[in-house]
Ligand binder design. Sequence first.
Ligand code: HEM
Length: 487
Amino acid sequence: NYFILALCERIKCVEGKPLEEKVCIIPGKTIFGNNFDAVNVTPGKLFKLARSFTKLSKGRSYVLNFLIGPVYNIINAEDAEQLFQSQSLTTKGFMYDFLQPFLGDGLLRSSEEKWHLRRKMLTPAFHFNILQTFNEIFKEESLKLLEKLKHLQHEDVNISDVIDEFSLNNVCETALGVKLNEIDGATEYRAAVHNLSTMIVRRVCNPLMYYRIIFYLFGQYSETKHYAEIIHNFSGKIISKKRKKFFQEDNGCKIDKENSYVKTRYAMLDTLLHNEAQGLIDHQGICEEVDTVMFEGYDTTSTCLKFALLNLAQYPDIQKRCYQEIENLTAFENLTVFDFNKVEYLGCVIKETLRMHPSVPIIQRLCTKETVLNGLILPTNAQVNIHINDIMRDSKHFPEPSVFKPERFLPENTHNMHPFAFVPFSAGSRNCIGQKFAMLEIKAALVAILRAYRVLPVIQTKDLILEYGITLRTKQKLFVKFEPRVI
Ligand code: HEM
C-alpha cells in the first residue's frame, strides 16, 4: 500500500490496474520518492520544475510522492472537470495553512458549514447593483492613476509602482468604504502584505518548514507574526470606526428586502456589519473576511493588469484595435457597467492575458477522506494540485498556446470551448467570488489609460522569467512607456 521509501501511501486505480496506465508517475531525484526534489529551490526554479514535470508527463496528469502524502497533479481540462464539479473535494490543501496567521479562516480558507454560511453572506456584496456603485470608485481611481502617469510620460515606468497602489486603493475603498490615503499606516500595510507574501513563498519552497514545529523553532515565525499584526491592526481599526458610524447612521436601512438594492455608495464591510447586527458573524469573523477580500482582491487584479499592459505594449496592432473600439465612447466619467461590458475586444485581451499568465497559477485541494477521482483512489490526506497554468496552455484547446491571440475569446470562437479549459478564476462552487469585480476594475483602468496614452514596450514578454508567488511573479521588474496620444 505504501510507496515504501517515500513513506507515502499509494494512489491506486479503481480497476486495480497498474497506476502507470492512468497517470504519469514522476520519478524522484533520489530513492526517497519526490521528497527531496524541491529542497531549497527558488520560486523561479520551482515554476520551472513544475513545467519540466508537465513536459515529462506529455500532457497526462501526474503523481508525486511526498512524506506528507501523495500529490495528484491535474494539468488538463478533462481531468479537472470532475474535481470542479465535486461537492466533496472542496477543502483547501496544506499550502493554504501558511495563510492562516494572515487571513484566519476567511472565505478562501474555510470549508464546509462555515464556508457555506460566509459565501452566502458575502454573495450580495458582489451583486450587479453593488458593482455599479463600485464602478464609480474604479473610475475615480483610474483618473487618479492618469494624473500620476502625467508625471511619468516618456519615461521607463516600473508599472508595479503605479498599478499596485491603484489596485489596493480600489479594494480598500470597496471592501472597507474608506480611501487608503486617508488612513494612517497605509504604507506600512502595503509593505506588510508584500513581506508576508514573500515569506510564505519562501516557506513553500522549503518542505521542512511545512511542519509547524520546525517553522516555529527555525523558520520566520516571529516575523510572520509581526507583519500579520500590522495587517490586523490596520483593518481592525477601520472596522471598529466604521461599526460606530454604521450604527449611528442606521446604515442597515441601505439594503432593501431582497438584500440587493442600494441607493448610496456601499462597502462590503456594510454587508458584514448588517449580518453582525443579526448575530450571524462576530468581530473576529468580520476581520477574517475583510482581510481575505483585501488580499484576494489586491495582488490578483494588479498582476493581471500589469501583464495586460505588457501585452498591449508588445502587440501594437492589438493595442490599436482596442483603441479603435473605445475612442468614440462617451466621456470616461459617464461610462456605466453596461458600457464597459460592451467593450468586447479589450475583454478578449484581458482573457488572453489571464490564459497565458494566470494571476493564480495553481490551486490545491485536500482529500479529507478516501476519495475516488478520475478512476483513481486517493487516500486520506492526499493533495490535489490543479495547475491552472498548464490547463490553459493545452494545445488541444488552445492551438499555438504560446501565441497571444485575443481573437480566441470572440463569441464566434468560443462556442465549442471545453467548459473547464479556461479557468483563471477556478470553477465550480469554490470559484472566485470577485471575478466580475476584477474584470470591471481592469477594464476601467485600461480604457482610461488607452484613451490617454499609447503604451510602448521596454522589455519583451518572451524574456520574462516566471516565478511562483502567492500570485504569479516575474524575476524582472516590469517596465513600459506611456506616450500621450495626440488627438
Ligand atoms: C484577476 C483577478 C482575480 C483572479 C485571477 C482570481 C482568481 C481566483 C481563484 C483562482 C480563486 C480560487 C482559489 C482556490 O480555489 O484556492 C479565487 C478565489 C477567491 N477570490 Fe479571486 N481572483 C481575482 C480577483 C478577486 C477579487 C477582485 C476579489 C475580491 C474583491 C476576489 C476574492 C476572492 C475570494 C474571496 C475567493 C475565495 C472564494 C471561495 O472560496 O468561496 N478575487 N480567486
